[in-house]
Design a protein around this ligand. Structure first.
Ligand SMILES: C[S@@+](CC[C@H](N)C(=O)[O-])C[C@H]1O[C@@H](n2cnc3c(N)ncnc32)[C@H](O)[C@@H]1O
Length: 259
């Protein structure tokens, strides 16, 4: 009943393409988009990615190395899937999970309670561009499917680097628009035709999914993004292509010596 009322309150919106927006317009849109889709966010993630999103987060969590403070920072935590998976896989670790959209965090809070993880995961409302933490406190800071929504990506990476310990890891898990021409055409069709139609069936803000598709197309190539991580002062950059390259995991390390 509540669900059908939600659908009845369907939001009729059109968002401009990402490349036509100023950074502050994009941030405003991101806040609006994520405030309107939290209830169906997990469900649609699983459907649209054929549950690959779960495997991608697991892959990232397996690559995490806790060696000093046993603290993990999940930036742009959304509904807290990465935080939950990290606690499950690395039992002694404590997590700070940060996002700037309360509606997404509310779904995350319920999930954390349901899984009895409230003593291990602390949800914090805040901005990835100005992290409310001291320097050198986390072994690992990661952002899953969040960095493409942040226009000032370099600043976000620098902030993550600032708060991890020397030798700590900064990770980004992000969708990628494939480069192979055939796969590109197929994926383009999926993002522009299939995904918006499915979103119309299930989401009260289908235009949000147009934005999400568009933001994937606008995201830098894996090589460009790896270079950006190096420019942010990270070293030993590794990149892993997942599921035919539709997602990449990037890992950089905060150098032991000041740079
Ligand atoms: C696609 S969701 C990803 C959620 C989650 N990490 C996951 O793996 O599903 C992107 C999230 O980034 C958050 N976000 C975007 N820009 C942000 C910023 N500058 N500071 C904090 N959170 C931000 C949004 O509110 C949203 O919850």
């Amino acid at each position: 009943m509540e669900e059908s009322l939600q659908m009845a309150k369907r939001i009729k919106k059109r968002y401009p393409p990402v490349h036509e927006m100023t950074p502050s317009e994009q941030v405003g849109l991101v806040r609006e988009v994520f405030a309107t889709i939290p209830r169906r966010y997990d469900f649609l993630n699983r459907v649209f990615s054929l549950r690959r999103d779960v495997a991608w987060r697991r892959f990232a969590v397996r690559k995490m190395r806790f060696f000093n403070t046993s603290r993990f920072l999940d930036v742009a935590t959304g509904t807290a899937d990465l935080a939950v998976e990290t606690v499950r896989r690395h039992p002694p670790v404590r997590v700070a999970a940060l996002d700037f959209v309360l509606e997404m965090m509310a779904v995350g809070r319920q999930k954390i309670r349901r899984k009895h993880m409230a003593d291990r995961i602390r949800l914090i409302q805040g901005d990835a561009l100005s992290l409310p933490f001291d320097d050198n406190v986390f072994d690992v800071a990661a952002i899953a499917f969040g960095i493409r929504n942040i226009p000032d990506r370099r600043r976000a990476l620098e902030e993550m680097k600032r708060v991890v310990v020397l030798g700590g890891q900064v990770m980004a898990l992000e969708m990628n628009f494939p480069r192979h021409p055939l796969f590109r055409r197929f994926y383009d069709l999926y993002l522009n035709r299939v995904l918006p139609r499915m979103a119309r069936l299930f989401s009260r803000n289908p235009a949000a999914y147009r934005y999400l598709g568009d933001s994937i197309k606008e995201f830098p190539s894996p090589d460009q993004f790896a270079r950006l991580m190096a420019e942010a002062g990270l070293t030993g950059i590794e990149k892993y292509s997942l599921t035919l390259g539709i997602t990449y995991l990037y890992i950089g390390v905060k150098p032991e010596t000041k740079s």
